[in-house]
Design a protein around this ligand. Structure first.
Ligand SMILES: O=C(O)C(=O)C[C@]1(C(=O)O)C=C[C@@H](O)C=C1
Length: 427
């Protein structure tokens, strides 16, 4: 993997634009028209267009459902159709969405050796050479950069300052792929990325599991006794919580955007009372020493990342595949058992279930004249299952799921990461 060089100016990354988003939109519209003639679930054809058509069928309910929703702008029919392919309500999702400001305490950013992309860098869509450009959140030395290198060994890794920026970098053709964390074996789900998967129109095209080996880093000469503060990504802090306590450190914990950014911050501000939880590579990059090695609470600490692209891959049956879907139902959790049984009856194993608040309709009121009004929370359910969308049993299961749900979107059908277990160093 080739990292963007620290001295490389962003303007050399972002070259003159080409109107490719329009081309994509036209292709998507064609697929929706074609979808009328594709009979789901009698088998997905072998071409990319057939597969996209099937995605369009699955999301067509969303299109019709949202036509009457509260959006006051008047998008064209083609906007609606293009959006429907990806399960989004209107073309509004193409626009830059405001970033929710993080309330957690953040140290001011020092001048970084390699500046991550920010929201303001995302206007032009570049032409570039043949090397795959992969967006990740964080700065060089972050685990996400390592995951990008594992997923695409010869890629050019592009740092982004937020998850949302990585999504947009792909949507705007600044990057070809994004590699983003979705869950960790100790810390659990990275909810922000689940929410963003729904708000953006990218497809999951792969997964990669990265053993995460944390180190406690400080400036050369600093001893543990001098420390008053440990800073890192919130996931990294939670993955090391018990070990930090066992080390007997009398420190406050502070969350920052990414692990390597924490190391860089200590280095550029010459902070002798602060340590970072980050990778050994971050120690090398930012001139820090390793005070403690392998401080994750469990030696088999693994983070699962997904690879995202503008187009889905064609599902296959010649190797283990996983499929990720998201669905909702007007009557909340009452339908969950029926949905899950569609997989159980076909011996399809589920590998993950996640629920998130239904942003458009978070509460359902149920009035009973005698006892008052019950307030039910509404959810979006994310399910990963072990089957390819090229398998008839998976297509049948989804056809049945569609009967029970008011919203269903296939986020992607992609090869499972089957790399042999290779724990992080020293384990
Ligand atoms: O901060 C980093 O280095 C990251 O790549 C982010 C992240 C995460 O979001 O979970 C990735 C892997 C580890 O689990 C810790 C942090």
């Amino acid at each position: 993997m080739q990292a963007v060089s620290p001295t490389q100016n962003l303007s050399s990354i972002i070259r003159p634009s080409k109107p490719r988003l329009n081309q994509m939109t036209r292709f998507a519209v064609r697929c929706v028209y074609r979808s009328d003639s594709v009979q789901f679930p009698n088998g997905v054809g072998s071409s990319r267009a057939d597969w996209q058509s099937s995605c369009a069928i699955l999301s067509s309910k969303v299109f019709s459902q949202d036509q009457g929703s509260g959006d006051k702008s008047t998008p064209s029919a083609s906007d609606h159709l293009a959006a429907a392919v990806n399960g989004h309500k209107t073309s509004i999702d193409l626009n830059l969405v405001p970033i929710e400001k993080n309330n957690k305490p953040q140290p001011p950013s020092p001048a970084p050796p390699q500046k991550p992309l920010t929201i303001t860098d995302l206007s032009p869509a570049p032409m570039h050479g043949s090397q795959l450009r992969v967006a990740y959140q964080g700065v060089p030395g972050a685990y996400s950069e390592a995951a990008a290198g594992k997923a695409y060994p010869n890629c050019e890794a592009i740092p982004c300052d937020q998850f949302e920026v990585a999504f947009q970098a792909v949507e705007l053709w600044i990057a070809d792929r994004a590699v983003l964390p979705v869950e960790n074996s100790l810390g659990g789900s990275i909810h922000r990325n689940y929410d963003l998967l729904l708000r953006h129109r990218l497809h999951i095209v792969g997964e990669v599991q990265l053993p995460v080996h944390h180190c406690l880093l400080a400036l050369p000469g600093v001893r543990k006794e001098y420390l008053t503060r440990v800073i890192s990504h919130p996931q990294a802090l939670s993955q090391c919580e018990h070990t930090l306590t066992k080390l007997g450190l009398n420190v406050t914990r502070e969350a920052v955007d990414d692990t390597a950014g924490a190391a860089e911050y200590i280095s550029s501000n010459n902070l002798r009372d602060t340590a970072a939880i980050a990778s050994a590579r971050a120690a090398d990059l930012y001139g820090l020493q390793v005070l403690a090695d392998g401080i994750q609470d469990d030696s088999s600490n693994v983070t699962r990342f997904v690879m995202l692209a503008r187009e889905p891959i064609i599902p296959r049956t010649d190797r283990p595949f996983k499929t990720s879907i998201v669905f909702a139902h007007d009557k909340g959790t009452s339908v969950l058992f029926k949905v899950l049984s569609a997989f159980a009856f076909r011996n399809i194993s589920l590998t993950k279930i996640e629920s998130r608040p239904h942003r458009n309709r978070p509460i359902r009121l149920v009035d009973d004249a005698n006892v008052g009004t019950a307030k039910h929370f509404e959810y979006m359910f994310y399910v990963d299952f072990e089957a390819s969308m090229a398998e008839v049993r998976a297509q049948n299961a989804l056809a049945e799921v569609q009967e029970f749900t008011s919203f269903l979107r296939v986020l992607g059908s992609y090869p499972m990461d089957m790399t042999p277990w290779c724990p992080s160093r020293e384990d």
